[in-house]
Ligand binder design. Structure first.
Ligand code: HEC
Ligand SMILES: [Cu+2]
Length: 335
């Protein structure tokens, strides 16, 4: 065995790094991005399949290793060939067929149980490079449009209609349920039934260009009454609290922000970027990138491309400090 300079053999190195790798892997199992968090009925159903799959495959693997060890040690003899053939037919053909059939049926039944639930609400989610447009069908006059944060009522099934306006993306909020592709010109359906309140993380899970790794979102699960109150608040235009920031609003309009952004109640009606009507009610800026603070908004506006390389919004490095302060005060008032 090769001994390295510091007296560490490849085996001692393995002994050091394997537990380390395990710690890193397992630390991903808790928290807001983990499908083991059990925050959704669908995630729990997938977890219920996962453990039998894992234990079953460990047993099969062990059995195969035992047979391999026996085959390696026992010398060939006449009777061995007959036994060997029986092992191949039963262990290599019949048993795997039965096991795979059982797994297939279990998987299909789980999938079918998701589709069978009648949704209490429907949301449309459009993926764009590199953010999420969220539209609630609040069967009122106009649909409620938000971005980068999805709020859902606890204990109710939500149907997500997933589509994309540019390239293929993929929607994945692991703590709540499965992953689903978002394909231009197609609408894919995903149902989520959150069972725990809290804020859970989601990501785009299909490479979609430059800022793909910065295309995240939050799923906030609320008590049903709190959710209804939040939804009717979202349906309203920007309130007097925001509109009283007249100078900030005029910086917003003069700089041309309204060409890409909508702020209902101000005449700004752009659809290229996220709806900002209730911007500061969200936890984060830039699709999960920065916490929602006034300082971060200023940084986002003046150094957009530095904060999120590749972003489809121009930076405004030349806004004078005073105008910038007024602008961010206006944006922070968009609750
Ligand atoms: C050419 C179109 C365009 C213009 C003009 C524009 N934006 Fe944007 N803006 C975008 C796009 C696209 C995004 C989404 C970027 C992302 O997250 O990848 C965005 C994101 C934002 C966000 C973050 C929203 C969120 O929910 O995360 C804020 C805040 C914002 N813009 C403010 C402004 C302000 C203020 C101005 C004017 C000074 C402005 N934008 C001008 C296109 C534009
Ligand atoms: Cu992506």
């Amino acid at each position: 065995m090769r001994i390295s300079r510091r007296g560490r053999t490849p085996v001692t190195r393995l002994r050091t790094y394997c537990p380390l790798a395990l710690v890193v892997t397992l630390s991903a199992c808790e928290g807001r991005h983990s499908w083991l968090a059990g925050a959704g009925a669908e995630a729990r159903a997938v977890e219920a399949l996962f453990w039998p799959f894992l234990i079953g495959s460990a047993l099969v693997w062990t059995a195969v290793m035992v047979f391999a060890a026996i085959a390696y040690r026992v010398a060939a003899h006449a009777r061995g060939e007959r036994i060997g053939r029986a092992v191949i037919i039963w262990g290599g053909v019949v048993a795997p067929t039965i096991v795979v059939a059982i797994l297939l049926v279990a998987g299909l039944l789980t999938l079918k149980s998701f589709a069978a639930k009648a949704p209490a609400l429907t949301l449309k989610i459009d993926a764009e490079q590199w953010w999420w447009r969220v539209t609630y069908d609040a069967s009122g006059a106009e649909p409620v449009v938000a971005a980068n944060e999805i709020r859902l009522p606890q204990g109710e099934t939500a149907e997500l209609l997933l589509t994309s306006d540019d390239v293929i993306h993929s929607f994945w909020a692991p703590a709540l349920g499965g992953k689903m592709d978002m394909i231009p010109g197609r609408t894919n359906r995903l149902t989520l039934t959150p069972v725990k309140t809290g804020s859970w993380g989601g990501v785009c899970a299909e490479y979609c260009g430059g800022a793909h790794a910065q295309m995240r979102f939050d799923v906030v699960v609320m008590e049903p009454e709190a959710f209804q109150a939040w939804l009717s608040q979202q349906a309203r235009a920007a309130g007097p609290g925001a509109l009283s920031h007249l100078q900030g609003l005029s910086v917003f309009l003069d700089a041309g922000c309204g060409a890409c952004h909508t702020v209902r109640g101000t005449g700004a009606g752009g659809r290229v970027g996220p709806d900002l009507t209730h911007l500061s009610g969200r936890d984060r800026i830039g699709a999960g990138l920065l916490p929602m603070t006034e300082a971060n908004l200023a940084r986002w506006i003046t150094h957009t491309d530095e904060v999120k390389p590749g972003v489809r919004m121009p930076a405004y490095p030349d806004i004078p400090d005073e105008a910038l302060d007024r602008l961010t005060a206006f944006l922070m008032a968009l609750k």
